[in-house]
Design a protein around this ligand. Structure first.
Ligand code: ZN
Length: 86
């Protein structure tokens, strides 16, 4: 089971989700290099994830365990360590 970090679309917290499916298409982006550099190639891939049961606060659980499409492979993460499109 592959787990990754996503944002819950109900409580907005960073939570764990399991990857159910990785979509076939993979996106490549060519970033412009700075002067004298070769442009860099980045990639990311979308997939289907399901949010695992988690707590909304100390006492309340969040009931959201929905499935949704998000980035499941990427060269880049944001400040929370969540995968994002480069
Ligand atoms: Zn939640």
């Amino acid at each position: 089971m592959v787990l990754l970090q996503v944002y819950c679309n109900t409580c907005d917290k960073k939570v764990q989700a399991k990857v159910l499916e990785r979509f076939e298409s993979q996106y490549h982006i060519r970033l412009e290099g700075t002067y004298g550099d070769e442009p860099t190639k980045c990639y990311f891939r979308y997939g289907l994830v399901q949010i695992l049961p988690h707590k909304k606060s100390l006492l309340k659980s969040c009931t959201n365990t929905s499935q949704f499409k998000t980035v499941v492979e990427s060269d880049k993460t944001n400040m929370d360590g969540v995968l994002v499109e480069p």
